[in-house]
Structure formats: C-alpha cells, structure tokens
Design a protein around this ligand. Structure first.
Ligand SMILES: *Cc1c(COP(=O)(O)O)cnc(C)c1O
Length: 431
C-alpha cells in the first residue's frame, strides 16, 4: 500500500486530519547540519519546549520582581493557589475527578509519598509487584520501601518477567499471577507503558485482578500520560503518579502529578506524611499546630508549589486541552503504524527487530528496536550526527523511537526508519 518514498511521507503529513502543532515547539537543529531541523523521536525521554513556555515563565519572574512576597496573593496568578490551576487540565488528561489529582514534586518522590499511605505491609501480605523491566528508579523506590518497613527487599519485591523467549508481558499471565499469588501482595506498582519495550499494559483488567486479590493497584504513568487515553477513575485505579517532562513537554525536572481515587479521599485514618500544604487552605495561615483535613488529593501535598517548575506545565497542558487526547491518540496510532511499516520495509530482519507489541492497543507512541549487529549507542550517535535523527539508546542493543504526535511528522518517521536501517546494516560505519 505504501511506497515509502519521501514524497509519500510528505503527502501523508499534508493530508492528515489532525494538522501538526510542530510550529508551536522549538525543534532542535540537525546536530550535524545546523540549518535543517532534527527529526526528534526522543519525546518519550524529554519532550520539546512549547514556544509559549518562555512567556509564561517570564510573567512569573516579572511578578516576583514587581511584588516580592506580595506575589503569593497578588500575582496575576497567585502563587499560593497556583497548583489549583493545574487541577482540571490534569484531571482531563488522566480521566479523573478534579479532586483526585494534584500537581506536586517529582515522580519518584510522589511514589514514596503515596507508598507511605498505601504500602501497609503485614507479615502475611507484604509483597510489592513490579515488572522485571521496570525503570530503575521505581525498582529502587519499592526496594527501599520494603526495607524501610523491615522486610528483605529480595524477598518482598516480586518482578514479573515475560515468558522465556518473549519481550513483553501477557495480560493473562499478569492476571493469572494475582489470581494465584495475590494473597501475598500488598501493592502492585506497574508501569502502564513500559519505558523499555513500549508495551501498554491493560490497566483495567490488571487493576481489577490486583484489587480482587486484596492488593492495592497503583500505576506509574511516566510513559502513559499524554501518550494514551486514561480513565483512572472509571478503571478503579487506587493511585498513580507521573512526571510531566516526557510526552507532556513541561521541561526538565518539571512538577509531577499524582492521582488518588475518590474512594480513599475521605479516609482520615490513612497514614500520610504531611506539611503545611496538606491542610485546609481556609485555615492554613492561622498557624495552628494541627492540620485541618481536606478530602481531596491536596491532603498529600506537603510543600508550597514551586512556581518556576509549574508554569511550564500550565503552558503545556493548554495544548493538550486544545487538541484533546482522543484526537491525539488517533494521530499517534497513524504515525506509529506508519513508522512500524516503514521499519518493516527498510530493515533487514537479520539486522534488527521491533520488540514493542504489534497490536496498536498494546502500545503507545514508542517503538523499541533491537539491533542484532550494531551496538545501540554507536548507532544512535551516528543517526544523530549524520542523519539528524534524535532517538534514545538503551545499552546494549535497543533504540527507542517515539512518534510524539504534537510535533513528530510522517516525514520524521520516514527519516528515522531510513537512518536506523542504514546503521543496523553496517556495524562498522557506526563505530
Ligand atoms: C522517567 C521515569 C522516572 C523518572 O523519575 P523522576 O523522579 O522524575 O526523576 C521514574 N519512573 C519511570 C517509570 C520513568 O519512566
């Protein structure tokens, strides 16, 4: 059906029903040829900068210079309640009630704060389940939690592996695990879209299985938020956390997010680690020694909002609200299907294979390619400097390509497929 010509890729861009928002981002130059633009397929690692970010940040800097401490109450967007402006766009993005979400901290910190409430191990039930290919920060976080509670992390942390010879998990195996061993599990904390192989797990089915077994069902959405359509409330997820600098394009170290299901929000008996932003804003400045409980996700907020790390999130979420996740996901599926087909067309199966699931329902925007002959790091270096294709390598042999639909084009996908095929076929040229 496709010809995989450059002209065809350009025509696919022209004809697509959702026009690219590329012009609203700063696209890095081709690292080897400064005047052309790079094909940026690393948005799963760090999203590009929306052009509105500088103005939004500048406005906060001006309020600070003009008002000093007065900015807490009198800035054009008062700092004391800045996080409240992120609540509704965030809730739309993850499919939550506004009171179920809060923008705060960074991802791993949020995992710890939520585990402080929702990892309540007992001698009979103290296991934490993660994927064997979990991002290392999550692995360190759950191991340290087990240890913090006095359990041996090697024994308490259960890592789910794909079947021998397979690269991804099967939903039936994960569900089967909870049916068989769920009575030992205190907490399931899986990555909704795996950072390494790009697999998008079946959140509703796995959540149901974990909860039916008596475990808490939590999700790390680092690679899912802004990538796939989420319905956390309806799916019954207990809690979730995510960062905003990958598909959400909010900048390095930008403020992260958290979701706590409504069913937990009224529970005053839950243990929490608290601070002055956990209390009722109506009485916060009465400076009392005990806090006033609030029945929303702010009960987990500890500190005052970091405005300079939060303004870019607000900027970025406006774009997601304008386009909407259904249209964005549909475009992501078109781009990813084309990228997958182009890789199939250009790559020799002896040189490389795609390890991400082929079923569009089991993946987001990312395709992970395993190189059989060329080391991934050298391959990514050459793709960057010669072809201007910015990707991300995971040692020893995987290249990750993400067709982030706000700014990646069909033409970028075509460039990436051509570049990776050339380098996969020629290990010496890469060295
Ligand atoms: C990117 C990522 C992180 C990063 O954690 P920070 O706390 O934001 O530094 C953690 N977990 C997963 C699964 C990720 O993909």
């Amino acid at each position: 059906m496709h010809t995989f010509s450059e002209a065809e890729a350009l025509e696919l861009d022209r004809a697509d029903p959702l026009p690219s928002r590329r012009d609203e981002f700063w696209i890095p130059p081709h690292p080897g040829r400064g005047r052309a633009q790079a094909a940026y397929l690393a948005g799963n690692s760090l999203g590009l900068q929306p052009r509105t970010v500088a103005g939004d940040l500048q406005a906060e800097l001006e309020d600070w210079s003009r008002l000093g401490v007065g900015g807490h109450m009198k800035a054009h967007r008062p700092w004391v309640s800045f996080h409240e402006m992120l609540r509704e766009p965030t809730a739309r993005l993850v499919g939550a009630l506004p009171r179920e979400t809060i923008a705060m901290n960074s991802l791993t910190v949020n995992l710890h704060l939520l585990m402080a409430s929702f990892y309540r191990p007992t001698p009979q039930r103290h296991a934490i389940v993660i994927e064997d290919q979990a991002f290392p920060s999550d692995s360190y976080a759950v191991r340290s939690q087990a240890q913090w509670h006095g359990y041996d992390p090697d024994q308490a942390v259960i890592r789910l592996s794909p079947r021998p010879g397979e690269d991804c998990l099967r939903t039936e195996d994960v569900v089967g695990f909870f049916q068989k061993h769920g009575d030992r599990v205190a907490l399931a904390l899986l990555g909704a879209v795996n950072y390494y192989n790009g697999e998008y797990l079946d959140i509703p089915q796995i959540t149901h299985a974990a909860r039916a077994a008596g475990a808490v069902a939590a999700w790390d959405l680092a690679h899912a938020v802004g990538n796939v359509e989420l319905k956390l409330h309806d799916w019954g997820v207990d809690w979730a956390a995510w960062c905003t600098y990958k598909y959400l394009n909010s900048g390095p170290g930008a403020v992260a997010g958290a979701f706590i299901h409504d069913r937990h929000l009224g529970d005053q008996g839950l243990d929490r680690l608290s601070g002055w932003f956990s209390t009722d804003p109506g009485t916060r400045f009465q400076m009392r020694p005990t806090l006033d409980f609030v029945p929303n996700a702010d009960a987990w907020q500890v500190s005052n909002p970091p405005i300079l790390a939060m303004a870019p999130v607000l900027s970025s979420l406006r774009l997601f609200d304008e386009v909407g996740m259904p249209a964005l996901r549909a475009k992501s599926e078109r781009l990813t299907a084309y990228l997958s087909a182009a890789l199939g067309h250009f790559l020799d199966p002896a040189d490389a294979s795609i390890i991400t699931p082929a079923d569009p329902a089991s993946r987001g925007s990312q395709l992970s390619v395993r190189l059989h002959r060329t080391p991934a790091e050298a391959a990514a270096d050459r793709m960057r400097s010669i072809d201007g294709v910015i990707s991300d390598d995971r040692k020893p042999d995987v290249i990750r390509l993400a067709a982030a639909p706000l700014y990646v084009t069909f033409h970028d996908c075509w460039r990436a497929a051509m570049a990776i095929a050339a380098v996969a076929a020629d290990p010496n040229a890469a060295a």
